[in-house]
Write a new protein. Structure first.
Ligand SMILES: Nc1ncnc2c1ncn2[C@@H]1O[C@H](COP(=O)(O)OP(=O)(O)OP(=O)(O)O)[C@@H](O)[C@H]1O
Ligand SMILES: [Mg+2]
Length: 265
């Protein structure tokens, strides 16, 4: 809607004095997502409503193929719902052009993928600085901010290493630094510890929790690890494209409730 007339539906996020929006960070209202595959419609999400508050810490759990990554892509503005409403900082993504959505994503959201998705022939510091290129930040400031983000994740001593010269945990920390460099309000992480050994996974979790507790960054993470999920402030469980109702005290699905359980052995 850039350059268009301001309509009533063009909700501007209310800004609190600190610069943070007072609207929920993310809101999905009855969203569905269908994929057309060989003429057959695959309903990956069948009507999900979820609100992520500012400073929230939510674990998304559920079986393989249940729709977790699809939900994360919608929440992260990487994809749009087939039906339903998705708001980022109070703004309906349906009202945004692709460019405007990309800008909202770049300025308010950080994404960490299981497979890191770093540029292979690019140094750590340049990988981390990349999101700032799209914001038009000047080269020297980009580097300063990338160095600061890498230092924050304990990678200040590996600025010029390329991804294949880093361990898995180090690559994941670079990916987190890249997600952080733009000072997002929300960090979305799809199995951020899935490829890591337990000690390195623990370091990454501690890092995410510090960002949440000390900087108020809302964290939404997908995990198959019950111990990791149990550390979140709340858990949401996806099954067959729907959220199971939050159930502490109301276990509607015995054996699949939100009560944290220990990993077997
Ligand atoms: N691009 C696509 N085209 C067609 N079907 C898709 C596509 N992406 C996902 N799906 C289907 O949608 C469903 C949900 O997929 P999704 O990736 O969200 O699952 P998930 O919960 O993240 O699983 P996992 O834990 O294995 O990562 C799956 O049945 C999947 O096969
Ligand atoms: Mg997935």
């Amino acid at each position: 809607m850039s350059g268009g007339s301001a309509s009533a539906s063009e909700v501007q996020p209310e800004r609190a004095p600190g610069g943070a929006s007072s609207a929920p960070a993310l809101e999905a209202v009855d969203v569905t997502r269908s994929y057309a595959l060989d003429g057959v419609s695959v309903e990956a999400l069948r009507g999900v409503s979820l609100t992520i508050a500012q400073g929230d810490y939510v674990a998304v759990v559920g079986p393989s193929g249940s729709g977790k990554s699809t939900l994360m892509h919608l929440l992260g503005g990487l994809d749009r719902p087939t039906t339903g409403t998705l708001r980022v900082g109070g703004r309906d993504v349906a009202d945004l052009t692709e460019d405007e959505l990309a800008q909202v994503r770049n300025e308010t959201l950080g994404f960490v993928f299981q497979a890191f998705q770093l540029l292979p022939r690019t140094s750590a510091v340049d990988n981390v600085a990349m999101p700032l290129v799209y914001r038009g930040v000047k080269r020297l400031e980009r580097r300063d901010r990338a160095v600061a983000a890498l230092t924050q994740v304990g990678m200040g001593h590996r600025l010029d290493h390329r991804p294949n010269q880093l361990s898995g945990g180090e690559q994941q920390r670079v990916a987190i630094a890249r997600a952080l460099v733009g000072q997002p309000q929300v960090l979305l992480a799809d199995e951020p510890t899935g490829n890591l050994d337990s000690r390195t996974g623990e370091e990454v979790m501690a890092l995410l929790e510090r960002l949440n507790a000390e900087q108020g960054v809302a964290v939404v993470l997908v995990t198959h690890d019950r111990d990791v999920a149990a550390r979140a402030r709340r858990q949401v469980r996806v099954r067959d494209g729907r959220l199971e109702p939050p159930s502490p005290g109301h276990p509607q699905h015995p054996g699949a409730g939100d009560v944290p359980r220990r990993l077997e052995a």
